[in-house]
Ligand binder design. Structure first.
Ligand SMILES: C[S@@+](CC[C@H](N)C(=O)[O-])C[C@H]1O[C@@H](n2cnc3c(N)ncnc32)[C@H](O)[C@@H]1O
Length: 359
């Protein structure tokens, strides 16, 4: 197990009162037996997959866009937080932690040097007027324990974390977003490239004559850019789904701002969505790295396959160097590159292959 989580478990065991553990996108492989008495531990997460695995393990977990107001104020002796990738989230969580910590309660912050952990620790120390103990636990990682003494210092700049704002007017659409959403303050270049290929994709749709192209689902919808662009291609039923609570809030707001009817569903890779769709659009979360992250890629492709009506098709955009085709061939008979600008490629997936179990 990751050294940071080993340290967190030690901190839980050393504390006899209520504990709050903040969980975001970082993988957390815990077994309840490692934690001792779990009845005094509350988890809070903004990710559906994390909530599912924690609650399946019988642990208490709040799922929200890090809304700490729903938790007992000044109610925790210990708050544990492995810092997130985005600065606004980290500042928001530190500000919120100050509200839920008891006087003299401890905030434990951990993370990598390249993630700015030392700067976050300094800022939190000042904000909490804290006694600080900081320790290097590996080549890259640091952990700090801050004893909350309440100060009159202004809270950390969280870029108005809770506020939804209009980030852009694009093709007559009003795009509403907020910190905490993937690429929250811009239109993703890959997604814009996918939209450019939609007319060609629609021409090739091969639905039977009595099927009218009507329904579309956006898998990993973010703040809803792709989804809210779909009515211009004739879609009437709009569904978006994402794992991240911030994205769910923003995507609902984007639909509302454009007077669009649609459903936005919080789910892990569309798990639990039984409806079928004529089209799946997707800008998956795995295009940033240098390889196709195994399990997540398969899950997005499998979901796309499962969610389509027969004769339907999916359109994915990924970084040009991602070899998604080899995996996609396990799920679809037709895997065609619609466009490639050397940075991104847009792939059309059609002709569902039966699952192994159905063969
Ligand atoms: C590259 S972004 C695309 C966002 C949006 N479609 C756009 O065009 O701006 C990928 C999205 O996938 C979401 N995501 C990551 N893991 C997920 C999962 N397990 N299930 C559902 N969505 C997930 C992320 O929260 C993010 O919003």
């Amino acid at each position: 197990m990751n050294l940071i989580y080993q340290e967190f478990i030690q901190a839980v065991k050393a504390c006899s009162g209520p504990v709050l553990w903040v969980v975001d996108e970082h993988a957390l492989h815990l077994t309840p037996s490692q934690l001792g008495d779990t009845s005094r531990i509350t988890f809070i997460t903004n990710r559906v997959d994390q909530m599912n695995s924690l609650t399946e393990d019988g642990l208490t977990c709040h799922y929200s866009d890090f809304e700490f107001d729903a938790l007992p104020q000044s109610g925790f002796d210990l708050v544990l937080y492995r810092v997130s990738k985005e600065k606004a989230i980290v500042h928001h969580v530190i500000n919120q932690a100050a509200q839920v910590l008891k006087p003299n309660g401890k905030l434990v912050l951990a993370g990598g040097k390249n993630e700015g952990i030392k700067t976050y620790v300094d800022k939190a120390t000042k904000y909490l007027n804290a006694e600080k103990h900081i320790e290097k636990i590996s080549k890259d990682d640091w952990i700090a324990e801050l004893k909350n003494q309440h100060s009159d210092e202004p809270s950390l700049d969280d870029k108005n974390y809770r506020e939804l704002i209009e980030i852009n007017q694009q093709n007559g659409l009003s795009l509403i977003s907020k910190p905490g959403v993937f690429g929250w303050n811009k239109v993703d270049q890959g997604s814009a490239y996918l939209i450019e290929q939609m007319p060609e994709f629609m021409k090739r749709l091969n639905l039977s004559k009595d099927q009218v192209t009507q329904s579309v689902i956006d898998l990993g919808c973010g703040y809803g850019y792709l989804l809210s662009s779909m009515p211009q291609f004739g879609f009437k039923t709009l569904v978006g789904t994402d794992n991240n609570a911030a994205a769910i809030t923003a995507a609902k707001a984007t639909l509302a701002a454009n007077d669009l009817e649609g459903e936005i569903i919080a789910a892990n890779c569309a798990e639990g969505i039984d409806q079928k769709f004529d089209v799946v659009v997707c800008n998956p979360p795995f295009h940033q790295g240098f390889s196709v992250e195994g399990e997540l890629t398969d899950r997005f492709l499998a979901s796309a396959r499962r969610l389509l009506v027969s004769g339907g098709a999916a359109i994915f955009v990924v970084n040009a160097f991602i070899p998604i085709e080899s995996k996609a061939k396990h799920y679809f008979k037709k895997v065609d590159e619609l466009a490639n600008n050397k940075k991104f490629k847009v792939i059309r997936l059609a002709g569902k292959k039966p699952y192994q179990a159905e063969l």
